[in-house]
Design a protein around this ligand. Structure first.
Ligand code: GAL
Length: 672
């Protein structure tokens, strides 16, 4: 069950430190040193056998567990618990050589070769059978082993191969469609196949949306995304089922809640996990990587239903897969880690234990760097370990948030299809912009599914939620009617679940609650800035909008629509609904968020700032834990009362956080 408070460490109240360990890359002489150093670093949970298939099953049906047995015993003898991989993340060369038909196919109909990882079609029954045979062997052998604390199914399922366009996938796609629509008539309706002569008369005429000469059918593409996410999840469930025959230990897989992966609808996946685990790497291609880390952590907590979750992978320093792989500055790894802990992670793991000497990831950082233990990186690891030990009491505490940001993968897929008004508008950028504004206001937010429960929030942000079902629209409307405050940003509520435009004026689903109606989009060329009559600026988007019952807070001062409203608010029932019809500059967006949050009675957990400071509170029983993280170059002072769990200092009244520093204050007697 999702969100179960599963403790993967023997001591229930501990922030566990862990890592991926790939001993197959090293001679046996190195293992003893590895384990001794793991103990020195306080490593409590080690993920092994993630990419072990070609070592375990050297030839079809011939298994060799000698090495894995030794590793398992070595870790066990040293009191280190195991996060056991099923080893199915990458098929071995013998399998793809014998059965090249399991290789995934790109949208242009070309196969992807082996030589990297994940070279399999998620719908391939042949791949599935071989993978499950292996899982059976692994689960049978280690399912009751006392050192095994957690099962790690495959690895980052769907990272490279979520969308496969081969004939086997086509067949599976048709079955999925039959299950969804039952009749071809319904499918033809939903997909709008009257357009461009696309009407289907037989299920077998339907293909995955392979590359075409022109724009492809958007609903077909949307459904293909839904299908593909379900299909990869089905693989997880098949492995889960085999494991369950032999073991009662929690099972999970590592999600990729991050800026560069969007193919899996984790709202559908989360309820199938015994505990939620996420991999997160700072992405320096983004404008504000630290804010994205906070967003990803809050979204992961949302997937975990507010319960503690596992950070399954992060890096101590640089990764090797971005164009410019920036190392972490002194203290940055600690700040990153404690941001995850502040936002609900109780287990912190790294990829990987020892930096590889060979292979594609030899330039990826690790807990134990190429330089060995006489290194700043290693000293920082020891410091981090000591710090996490001092935070033991925080484990199990819940994060307090009175604000929600709605986020959905379906909207992401639908909003970014071919043939949209502007390719410069990115869904995630809009979500990040709103989230970042809140973070800079010192507001802690939950990230909630568009189907989620809104009643416990004072304020709900709906950034760029292009696709909304009737039920979702009704829930949001009712929330406002009953007294809630929402802030909706442009290109929201435009389409229904079939990506059919909601007619009668934009933003169809939210026209009434917002008290506005727009008849035409006026996207702006990238790089163009227009002025608002409140002194602010905007870019990317505008629309020919009129108010019906809303009042206007700002209108365009120039650009294609001078005098037309850009920011509005509407009293609706007992609540308020704000609309931001353009991409405001960051200060302008923060101003509107501040006004709406104030109207909603939101209580910030930290001071307003430019993103250099975050203050988050977790609570448990009659205690709360205030995390104050200073990413900036200036000292900050906050009001606080209690004990600093890291330094032991008593804080009475004023808390100073030095540049780059982190403080965690335990407050007594405070309830949310
Ligand atoms: C993840 C993956 C790891 C490793 C890591 C490098 O995508 O699960 O195996 O490749 O990235 O950053």
């Amino acid at each position: 069950m999702s969100g179960n408070c599963v403790h993967v460490h023997r001591e229930a109240t501990l922030i566990t430190l862990g890592c991926d360990y790939n001993p197959e890359q090293w001679p046996a002489e190195v293992w003893a040193e590895d384990v001794a150093l793991m103990r020195a670093a306080g490593i409590g949970l080690v993920a092994i056998n993630i990419f072990g298939w070609s070592d375990l099953e050297t030839h079809p049906g011939e298994y060799d567990f000698k090495r894995l047995d030794r590793i398992v015993e070595l870790l066990h003898e040293n009191g280190i618990r195991i996060n056991l991989g099923t080893a199915t993340a990458s098929p071995p060369p013998w399998l793809v050589t014998r059965h090249p038909e399991i290789l995934p196919m790109a949208a242009d109909g070309t196969r992807r070769y082996p030589g990297g990882r994940q070279a399999f079609c998620p719908s391939s029954p042949l791949f599935r059978r071989h993978a499950l045979d292996l899982v059976e062997q692994v689960a049978q052998r280690y399912g009751a082993h006392p050192a095994v604390a957690l099962w790690h199914v495959s690895n980052e399922l769907g990272c490279h191969n979520a969308l496969c366009y081969c004939d086997v996938s086509a067949h599976a796609f048709r079955s999925w469609l039959i299950n969804r629509y039952r009749t071809l008539d319904r499918l033809n309706q939903a997909w709008g196949t009257a357009f461009w002569s696309q009407r289907y008369g037989d299920w077998n005429e339907i293909l995955p949306p392979r590359q075409a000469l022109s724009l492809r059918n958007p609903t077909q593409m949307l459904d293909f995304h839904r299908f593909s996410s379900d299909e990869v999840l089905a693989h997880y469930e098949a492995e889960h089922e085999v494991i369950r025959k032999h073991s009662t230990i929690p099972v999970t897989t590592n999600f990729m809640v991050t800026a560069h992966i969007r193919d899996l609808d984790y709202w559908r996946w989360a309820p199938r996990m015994d505990v939620i685990a996420n991999d997160h790497y700072l992405d320096h291609r983004l404008g504000d990587p630290a804010a994205e880390l906070s967003f990803a952590a809050d979204l992961t907590r949302g997937l975990a239903g507010g319960k503690p979750w596992i950070l399954m992978e992060q890096s101590t320093g640089a990764v090797n897969w971005q164009p410019h792989n920036l190392a972490k500055r002194p203290g940055e790894m600690l700040r990153n880690t404690l941001t995850h802990v502040a936002r609900g992670a109780d287990t912190i793991c790294f990829f990987q234990w020892r930096a590889s000497a060979q292979g594609s990831e030899k330039f990826h950082s690790a807990l134990l760097p190429h330089a060995g233990t006489d290194s700043e990186q290693w000293r920082e690891v020891l410091e981090l370990s000591g710090t996490l030990r001092k935070l033991a009491d925080v484990a199990g505490a819940a994060v307090e948030a009175d604000t929600a940001v709605l986020f959905g993968w379906e909207s992401w897929w639908a909003a970014e299809q071919e043939g949209r008004p502007s390719t410069a508008v990115s869904y995630l950028d809009q979500v990040h912009a709103a989230y970042r504004g809140l973070r800079e206001l010192g507001v802690t937010a939950d990230v909630v599914s568009p189907d989620g429960d809104l009643d416990r929030y004072r304020f709900v942000i709906v950034p760029g939620l292009y696709l909304v079902t009737d039920q979702q629209a009704a829930r949001i409307t009712k929330y406002v009617q009953k007294g809630g405050t929402v802030l909706v940003t442009f290109f929201s509520g435009i389409a229904d679940q079939d990506d059919r435009i909601r007619l009668g004026g934009y933003p169809g689903a939210f026209r009434e609650v917002l008290g506005v109606s727009a008849e035409e989009f006026f996207p702006l060329k990238p790089g163009t800035t227009i002025a608002l009559d409140n002194g602010g600026t905007a870019s990317l988007w505008s629309e020919r909008l009129r108010t019906t019952t809303a009042k206007t807070h700002a209108a365009y001062a120039d650009g294609p629509l001078p005098g037309v409203p850009a920011i509005t608010s509407n009293q609706f029932g007992a609540g308020h609904a704000w609309y931001v019809a353009t991409a405001l500059d960051p200060i302008g967006l923060r101003d509107v968020l501040r006004a709406a949050a104030h109207q909603a009675g939101v209580e910030p957990t930290g001071p307003e700032n430019d993103g250099e400071v975050e203050v988050i509170r977790r609570h448990k029983n009659d205690k709360s834990y205030v995390f104050a993280i200073n990413h900036g170059a200036r000292s900050i002072e906050l009001a606080a009362q209690g004990t600093d769990l890291i330094s032991g200092e008593q804080v009475s009244g004023r808390l100073k956080v030095t540049p780059g520093g982190v403080r965690v204050i335990e407050e007594k007697g405070r309830r949310p």
